[in-house]
Design a protein around this ligand. Structure first.
Ligand SMILES: [Ca+2]
Ligand SMILES: [Ca+2]
Ligand SMILES: [Ca+2]
Ligand SMILES: [Ca+2]
Length: 458
């Protein structure tokens, strides 16, 4: 009679085991992909708000169905309902709006353009613009610079929408007469001295600089440049180094900044690239070809997490460890426990996949032992660029000229796509789930052994 209970016991254990294992393997399912834009002209440069409710994009296509001419303009897409995205056209100018960035709550944006959006740029020189898009039907534009020739200008808005991290070769503050590329912060709350210069290279010796970024409240800005800042002569070899500026605000006084050189490469062959803040500003994700931690002897670009909680003593952890080119640009979530990047490096892509780009996710809760997996299984030499995600990584927006949702983009224009992570990432087994798996396995084995013993003794 007792045998019946042993059978039930074993079947129960088996079901529990299979259920949990199935859950654990859910991480290998590929994520759903939605094609957000569908035009006969390019849509690109997606910038996702921190709260995930919308995406700022640049497009030549008539996305708002208003007869828009084939010219690069900015659009805001409200995606609170993925199945019914609402497109708003923010600009309608013959010139390009470039480098779009958006605040965490989707209410403010920044970009640069030669457009005459406010009546203050009749000669169509490159200028930095800010816009309040609380009502995306009627954005309120502000022209932040008043340059009188076409010069370098890049700006990235902070998560709280009040600051812009800026790079330019123009003497905006009166402290850059040599017109070298310098970094600035713009404070929207300081009407008296809105721009502060964060760097000061006394010589215009030419440099390679990337667009700067800021953390949520603009108290930190980070940028990569081969300029030679602190003290002059410290980066004479021309490596593209990562810098961090710590900024305090006291309007109407000029903001105060302390500059830190985070990397120090031995020569100009080494570089940091693609810096991204986790929004709080204590962690920066970079790609580098330098052997920073002793685990990149092949000198191909891999990803590094930089803990800059104390920027005077940064701590580097190498996330990816491949001897092929891994990637130049990755994104990081607000808690610095998740990152993603695109690559066609076979060390990360699904077994047997072709040379397609794939979107790779890494759980970096323990950055020394990252859990890395591909979220996609694209084929036909798929192209993936320009990842952007909300704070919680519930989806990842990207651009591609491939026909990823078959039939949706047969004309091969750049389109913006959304990869939903909710159905493929939520079920990574936790430590307690692994405990349950082990327990179910042990229960099953014990039950089986007990039953065999009983059979033998009968
Ligand atoms: Ca335009
Ligand atoms: Ca200078
Ligand atoms: Ca490597
Ligand atoms: Ca298309």
């Amino acid at each position: 009679m007792a045998n019946k209970y042993f059978y039930i016991f074993i079947i129960f254990s088996l079901i529990l085991f299979l259920l949990i294992v199935d859950n654990a393997q859910a991480q290998n399912k590929t994520c759903s992909v939605i094609q957000l834009t569908d035009g006969d002209q390019d849509s690109d440069s997606p910038a996702v708000c921190g709260n995930g409710s919308g995406i700022l994009i640049s497009s030549r296509a008539d996305l708002a169905n208003n007869g828009h001419a084939d010219q690069p303009d900015l659009f805001f897409v409200d995606i609170r309902n993925f199945n019914n995205p609402v497109f708003y056209q923010l600009t309608n100018t013959p010139e390009s709006e470039r480098g779009p960035s958006i605040s965490g709550d989707c209410s403010e944006i920044a970009f640069n353009s030669q457009s005459n959006l406010t009546g203050g740029n009749l000669s169509n020189f490159s200028q930095l613009f800010y816009a309040d898009i609380n009502d995306p039907n009627s954005p309120i534009f502000t022209q932040l610079t008043n340059f009188t020739s076409n010069e370098i200008i890049n700006g990235n808005i902070s998560g709280d929408g009040t600051k812009l991290a800026v790079s330019s070769n123009v003497d905006i503050t009166g402290m850059n007469p040599d017109e070298s590329v310098e970094f600035f912060i713009y404070d929207h709350n300081n009407l008296v001295v809105p721009f502060a210069q964060l760097t000061n290279d006394p010589t215009n010796s030419g440099s390679i600089s990337s667009s700067p970024i800021s953390n949520f409240d603009g108290s930190r800005a980070a940028f990569i440049t081969s300029q030679d800042f602190i003290p002059p002569g410290n980066n004479a070899n021309g490596g593209r180094e990562l810098y961090l500026s710590e900024i305090s605000y006291n309007p109407p006084n000029i903001p105060a900044s302390t500059l830190y050189q985070i990397t120090d490469f031995p020569n100009g062959d080494f570089r940091a690239q693609g810096a991204q803040f986790a929004v709080g500003g204590d962690y920066i994700l970079i790609s580098s070809n330098a052997n920073i931690t002793g685990m990149n002897p092949d000198e191909n670009p891999d990803f590094f997490l930089v803990d800059v909680t104390n920027p005077a003593t940064p701590v580097f952890t190498q996330i990816t460890k491949s001897n092929d080119f891994t990637g130049a640009f990755g994104i990081i979530d607000s808690t610095a426990t998740k990152m993603a990047f695109e690559t066609s490096n076979p060390d990360f892509t699904p077994p047997g996949s072709d040379t397609s780009d794939q979107i790779i996710f890494a759980d970096i809760t323990n950055p020394n032992a990252p859990n890395i997996m591909s979220l996609t299984n694209f084929t036909n030499d798929a192209d993936v660029d320009d990842l952007s995600a909300p704070d919680d990584f519930s989806y990842i927006a990207f651009e591609s000229d491939s026909d990823l949702v078959p039939g949706g983009n047969s004309d091969g224009s750049e389109e913006v796509f959304i990869l939903l992570t909710s159905n493929c990432l939520v079920s990574i087994p936790t430590l307690s789930e692994w405990g349950l798996i082990a327990m179910a396995g042990v229960l099953g084995i014990v039950g089986f052994m007990v039953m065999r013993r009983k059979k033998v003794t009968v």
